[in-house]
Ligand binder design. Structure first.
Ligand code: ADP
Length: 709
């Protein structure tokens, strides 16, 4: 059974092997068990229900919360040659009926449905006429009030299951792992003794870093400058902050968009699309942005502010590098941001018990920002994994190459100034006093008389404030709570003032970028963008960055070589292969390059169709219970063509029940003949058998027993 699943993975998706966990989940669904999967964002959940959908007899309904996400998934499937469609509020009733009719006729194996549809009795009535084998619930945590995206319409799923004439297999997927959510999903979706799979939370290609005590604006500007040709998301905590950062980036001429709940639907949609289509490189956004964004080539996610908890952080950061290419997740920590999050918790209408829970989670987030140990270990242990290695060598703690600079003198000056100002002010005024400012605020209080007045006049105000921030981040100072926070000393600072302890600041060495020749990669990206504009699908749906990267590395100049690359399946090969091969050929000839070809790995099939291949349409009709004769008539093709289609589907890994076509006697006759003659050639087998046994029956027996012959 799984052999067929693997063939689909290779032939249609263009991937060689399943990722950890995928195989077990697919097996569980194919065996007919309800299945509950927790897998991190980017872990590869979609394949876990899409492949069973193709292998099971009837249609699969996928409940998916966002219109943009479903369109994306359906585009992606169609582009691979797989028959899928969606139903949501963007369609009128006639179109909905038409799509359902087509599904009934076997033209679609997957239908993506928005949960709100299930609230309509009329719609559920229509669903009863479909043969639904599998109900896949994406983002299943939306059913739970404990989850962070509660959607009341998810509650209609369980009543739909009850209404259907035959109960389908139910498979639920989420990236949210808390115990409450897990229990809720199982109960509220009425899963029956589900197999539960919690897959590893590690995302190896992501580099995690926490930046503490650095000026965040400077850091961000430097970073976007160094990465200006790459796609990235910058998350900020509030709409105001998003607007501010967006304005700065715009003014400096960066290709940036913004997204938050305060903008009109129109503006949000526009900037989201521009980002998805690679027309914008940077998206500055609140956490309103991202659920259901499938863009695979996000190369970095910067958190300009502290997120509310590790769950939110990992989900947002996880939007980087879905294509498996190295990507960065950077959190810019500033203690002030803890206040914002506390304020936001206070603003909610949560019960006191839940508020305490939120505070605890926030504290873990803050601990993450302070840990000196491996960041990946911290994350994985937070999500309940055991036996995590102490070092990952792919985070800012493990790869720390910063230098320690002694700032004891500066720290002493700052601490003593704060003491003299009676620990009653914020960093702006403290910095002004140290700088020796003549501002009204300073003179009004008589601070020009203090002995610390002007003792740091060689620094700019901004530099002084930055050092104060380092001292807060490293727990020498703390900010009081409330509307007007002031800075106070911790015990540690007193030791420093008494010369008992030194203070060091970590200064990151500038990373030297290894120059890489990206000429061909950039040319391939431009070609992909042209095709994307022409076809109206996002660039990453045509090919992932990782596939373009392999193309630029291996320079395939024929279809066979191209098919061997990751992410190239038959349909995409036929659709886009020539254009990419032409470009690579030209480039290679011009430069006189001859690259090593990737070793042969993939099974190759010839297909001349694009969109949904003809044999797959036949296959779906067969699964609707139509006879070969009926399919031939309806499709106006020869019956032998229908037969060939089924044989081909079987060879590609799709399940065909050949017992529908062969009698037991014929089967044993054919097997006897094969044993005598061998299975290499069909003609001698045919000649050894009675006249009425046709070629199709022989091929069908060969397919059925292919692992033995
Ligand atoms: P999720 O829904 O869990 O966030 P997706 O299903 O969108 O993740 O998968 C994330 C990315 O990983 C996609 O680009 C997908 O094509 C890729 N992917 C999934 N499974 C495999 C696999 N077995 N081999 C290689 N890439 C895979």
């Amino acid at each position: 059974m799984l052999e067929n699943a693997l063939k689909i993975l290779q032939n249609y998706y263009g991937y060689q092997t399943f990722r950890a966990g995928q195989e077990k989940i697919i097996r569980s669904i194919l065996e007919g068990s309800d299945t509950f999967t927790i897998m991190p964002t980017g872990g590869g959940k979609s394949i876990c229900y899409q492949i069973p959908a193709l292998l099971l007899k009837g249609v699969t309904l996928v409940i998916s919360p966002l219109i943009s996400l479903m369109k994306d998934q359906v585009d992606s499937l169609n582009n691979m040659g797989l028959p899928a469609t969606y139903i949501n509020s963007s369609l009128d009733y006639q179109e909905v009926k038409l799509r359902l009719r087509k599904a009934k006729n076997g033209e679609f194996k997957l239908i993506y449905v928005a949960p709100e549809r299930l609230e309509s009795g009329r719609f559920c009535e229509l669903l009863k006429f479909l043969d639904i084998s599998l109900l896949a619930v994406d983002e299943a945590h939306c059913v739970s009030q404990w989850g962070h995206d509660f959607r009341p319409s998810y509650r209609s799923i369980s009543s739909l299951i009850k209404k259907l004439p035959a109960r389908p297999i139910v498979a639920a997927f989420t990236a949210t792992a808390t115990a409450e959510v897990k229990e809720d999903v199982i109960k509220l979706l009425s899963l029956r003794n589900p197999n539960v799979y919690i897959s590893g939370f590690n995302r190896e290609n992501l580099f995690f870093s926490v930046v503490r005590g650095e000026n965040k604006n400077d850091f961000m500007m430097n970073y976007v400058q160094e990465n200006k040709d790459r796609s990235g998301i910058i998350y900020a905590a509030t709409r105001k902050e998003v607007d501010r950062l967006y304005k700065i980036l715009q003014e400096k001429g960066y290709s940036a968009g913004r997204y938050h709940a305060g903008l009109s639907d129109e503006e949000r949609k526009k900037s989201q699309e521009a980002f998805i289509y690679d027309d914008l490189n940077i998206m500055v956004a609140t956490n309103a942005f991202g659920m259901g964004i499938d863009k695979s080539n996000v190369r970095y996610v910067v958190h300009y502010n502290l997120p509310k908890n590790m769950e939110a952080y990992y989900q947002e950061a996880g939007r980087a590098g879905r294509d498996g290419e190295p990507s960065e997740c950077i959190l810019l920590f500033e203690p002030k941001d803890i206040m914002i999050q506390k304020f936001l918790i206070e603003q909610t209408s949560l019960s006191p018990e839940r508020k305490i829970n939120e505070y605890k989670k926030l504290q873990a987030m803050v601990d993450y920002c302070h840990t000196q140990s491996c960041l990946r270990k911290f994350i994985l242990e937070y999500f309940g994994e055991d036996d995590v290695p102490d070092e990952c060598n792919n985070c800012s703690s493990c790869n720390d190459d910063s230098e320690l600079v002694d700032i004891t003198i500066e720290a002493q000056k700052i601490f003593s100034c704060i003491v003299r100002m009676k620990e009653g002010y914020g960093s702006s005024l403290i910095a002004q006093v140290l700088k020796g400012s003549k501002s009204k605020k300073v003179t009004e209080q008589g601070f020009q008389m203090l002995s610390t007045y002007g003792i740091m006049d060689e620094y700019t105000l901004k530099e002084i404030k930055d050092i104060i921030n380092v001292l807060i981040a490293d727990n020498y100072l703390y900010l009081t709570e409330g509307q007007y926070p002031v800075i106070k000393l911790r015990k540690k600072a007193v030791h420093v003032l008494k010369n008992k302890e030194k203070v060091f600041q970590r200064v990151r060495k500038k990373k030297e970028k290894i120059p890489q020749d990206d000429t061909l990669f950039e040319m391939l990206k431009r070609l992909r963008k042209d095709i994307s504009d022409r076809e109206g699908v996002p660039p990453y749906i045509i090919f992932h960055d990782s596939t373009l990267r392999e193309m630029s590395e291996y320079c395939p100049t024929d279809k066979e070589a191209l098919l061997k690359l990751k992410g190239v399946g038959e349909a995409k090969l036929n659709r886009y292969g020539d254009a990419f091969i032409d470009l690579i050929k030209k480039y290679v000839e011009e430069k006189g390059i001859n690259r090593v070809k990737k070793p042969a790995m993939k099974v190759s099939n010839k297909s001349k169709d694009d969109k949904i291949p003809s044999h797959v349409i036949t296959y779906n009709m067969y699964h609707q219970g139509k006879s070969l004769q009926e399919i031939a008539e309806e499709r106006e093709i020869k019956i032998s063509t229908v037969q060939d289609h089924l044989i081909r589907c079987s060879n590609e890994g799709l399940f065909v029940n050949f017992d529908d076509f062969i009698t037991k006697e014929q089967e044993s006759l054919i097997l006897d003949a094969i044993e005598k003659i061998g299975a290499q050639k069909l003609k001698p087998i045919k000649e050894a058998l009675p006249e009425e046994v046709d070629y199709f029956t022989i091929k069908a027996v060969l397919c059925k027993h292919k692992s033995e012959t």
